[in-house]
Design a protein. Sequence first.
Length: 255
Amino acid sequence: MNDTSRAGGAASLDVSIASKDYHSASGRPLRALEDLRLTLPAGQAGAVVGPSGCGKTTLLRLIAGLDKDYVGAITLPEHGRLGMVFQEPRLLPWRSVIDNIRIAAPHAREDDIAALLDEFGLAEHASHFPRELSLGLARRVALARALAVKPDLLLLDEPLVSLDAALAKDLREMIARLIDERRITTLIVTHDLNEAIALGDRLFLLSARPARVAATIDVPTPRKQLLEEAAARIEAQARAVYQGKSSYHGKSSPR
């Protein structure tokens, strides 16, 4: 049994997954998630980090309601309106940039869409089709599309994957700015620990399969205010968890 509910008013994202199983070709169950619990306060950004194939994207799909076959409960923040950016931009190839946004947010005002295009440097590409865009531009369109619905919860699945260093830095700074300015509750899945530290207010470190939250680390001064020394301490703490050198299990705020 599972339950996904929408809380009224500003509320945290609360996830409690007792189990999530897949089935192999032989019919044998394969457990992806087990006893996974996390809480993300309203207006904060959480970053989910873990080994490749541990179930990070599976977790995001459960939260998004794309997969309802699990045992547990998920409570979405506020009214539960979701915006999601997938690993691939997933733009409709036969629609222009601006139409891809309009289709996702049919009730959005034209001036709001124009403002998003300006904010993401897409105004001159509004009439272009996805095949005419670089991967970096397509990622920006996907992010603008997710924001056009004015989400209560923004889900980002590896938003910087496959971008070169310069493009990744630009998009990371853009995401950091929108988190700080809009205060949308945001959950980011990434395999990159430094990316997670750069973007998150709270880090959720997943174990290998069946995944659970092995540790939760609060980032006391996130994003632009985070000093290099503090970031290094957080990275060392997270790596200690994965290397089995830490007796810490639960929640911590590095000083």
